[in-house]
Design a protein around this ligand. Structure first.
Ligand code: ARG
Length: 476
């Protein structure tokens, strides 16, 4: 028998009506109704934030005289006991209690009796869930920043180690100009730096408290929303109660930022896959991050990199899920919004795992420096240097120099040799003014050393950039 046919069986006796909202109902929900309605299987992850917000709310209710100080104290003590039970694994989460809010409140009632019934004065699950979720995402942003910093620090170390390691730089995945590996790795440090910046912007913008907006319209109780906002580390209460319960911009921002980060990780993962191929053979993945094939004994597969690349798709999908979920919702709260937690939790877990795997790979990867160097000059990678030399030495307009260099590349191709292997006679047959000094700029080392402009690839620039990156991203 399938699950579905079992659940839809009309013989199942309806559960008792909800003790929390069931006053006007004669019977409880159908089993399927209960299952679709319940979020406890996923929103239990909000327990710590839910309880922190309830404690702040209860303290405010007592301070403003809405409930007695004794009830306020009993609620606070009871909530502490509930956290302990959850953390020790002694708490029984019940689907019939729908979500984390009602599971906690119901257990509080069992522990402290009637006072528990006063906790929900002047609030609703609508402002409660928005508050809990904001607090959760705020913590997730903090963790994300740490994980990003760890990966940056590993990339910066590796960049320092390879400040002078030559490799081809590509555009269109064709050899373009030589670069240093350190410079290439630092490009990702910059991307991750912007990801951290976006996380910090998101944190700033989300840091206003929905608590006290109640169901949608505010409340007639003399609450102090500034007090609860302050107690929970928010900068201020949200200004509009309708917005407070219906806003999920913070979720969309978190997921948008995650999608951009996912793309950065995926691009690095893709490069690792290429570099580790037998054809490129620039890098070697340690055993700890490689897998074998069940049929081809020679294989070493970079599965972790491929999975990081794939997980960017999971993250982009999560962003789409919430965008589509929110786009048609009239104000204020809609139950659709309960589903927003699933993609956010999945993305937070995915990012933590992807960043840890990426950190491990980058730390453990070894580079075939000789192979990269040999490849750095391939594909006439110093042709731009030749054109620049013609401009600087012979005072040619750049467009003419580009044309002359193109003719020299064609000649070299016909002779199946590199530009640096053309004889001076060959060179002069195309541009009579060329002198033997031209050979200096055709060497990869010279090409690299000459690109010492700010942000350029010269080893000296990269050494400076490594030191700067440490200051900007790791110190403090
Ligand atoms: N579990 C719900 C959620 O996550 C809580 C809010 C329910 N509010 C309501 N009016 N039914 O969205």
């Amino acid at each position: 028998m399938t699950n579905t046919s079992k659940k839809s069986g009309s013989g199942t006796p309806p559960p008792a009506t909800s003790g929390i909202w069931g006053g006007r109902f004669a019977s409880g929900p159908a089993a399927i109704m209960q299952e679709i309605n319940a979020s406890i299987d996923f929103d239990r992850r909000l327990y710590a934030h839910d309880i922190a917000a309830s404690k702040a709310h209860a303290a405010m209710l007592a301070k403003t005289g809405i409930i007695s100080q004794d009830d306020g104290d009993a609620i606070a003590k009871g909530l502490d006991a509930v956290v302990k039970e959850i953390e020790c694994g002694d708490f029984e989460f019940k689907q019939e209690l729908e979500d984390i809010h009602m599971n906690v409140e119901s257990r509080l009632g069992e522990l402290i009796g009637d006072a528990a019934g006063r906790l929900h004065t002047a609030r609703s699950r609508n402002d409660q869930v928005a508050t809990d979720f904001k607090l959760w995402v705020r913590d997730a942003l903090g963790q994300l920043d740490e994980d990003l910093k760890t990966l940056q620090s590993i990339l910066i170390d590796r960049a320092g180690e390879h400040a002078a390691t030559m490799m081809p730089g590509f555009t269109h995945l064709q050899s373009a100009q030589p670069v240093t590996l350190g410079h290439h790795l630092l490009a990702y440090v910059e991307m991750l730096g912007r990801d951290r910046g976006r996380a910090s912007d998101c944190r700033k913008r989300l840091n206003e408290s929905p608590l006290g907006a109640a169901a949608l319209a505010g409340t007639s109780f003399p609450i102090d929303r500034h007090m609860t906002a302050g107690a929970l580390g928010f900068d201020a209460p949200m200004a509009n109660s309708l917005d407070a319960v219906s806003d999920r911009d913070f979720v969309l921002e978190y997921l948008s930022n995650a999608a951009i980060l996912g793309i950065h990780l995926s691009r690095l993962a893709e490069e690792i896959v290429l570099w580790c191929s037998v054809q490129f053979a620039y890098a070697h993945m340690p055993d700890a991050y490689s897998t074998g094939s069940s049929i081809m004994p020679q294989k070493r597969n970079p599965d972790a990199a491929e999975l990081v690349r794939a997980k960017a798709g999971v993250i982009i999908g999560a962003l789409n899920t919430v965008l589509v979920m929110m786009k048609g919702l009239p104000l204020a709260y809609g139950k659709d919004m309960q589903e927003d937690k699933v993609p956010v939790f999945a993305v937070a877990d995915t990012l933590a795992l992807s960043l840890a795997a990426m950190s491990g790979m980058v730390e453990g990867m070894t580079f075939d420096v000789e192979r990269m160097k040999a490849d750095a000059g391939s594909g006439h990678a110093t042709a731009t240097d030749l054109a620049d030399w013609l401009v600087k030495t012979l005072d040619m307009p750049f467009r003419d120099a580009h044309h002359v260099t193109g003719a020299l590349v064609k000649l070299a191709d016909e002779k199946t040799m590199g530009l640096h292997q053309l004889s001076l006679d060959d060179m002069q047959s195309v541009a009579p003014g060329i002198t033997k000094e031209v050979y200096d700029v055709l060497k990869v080392e010279d090409a690299l050393n000459s690109r010492n402009s700010f942000g350029g690839t010269a080893p000296t620039s990269v050494e400076g950039a490594v030191a700067e990156a440490r200051k900007r991203f790791l110190d403090g």
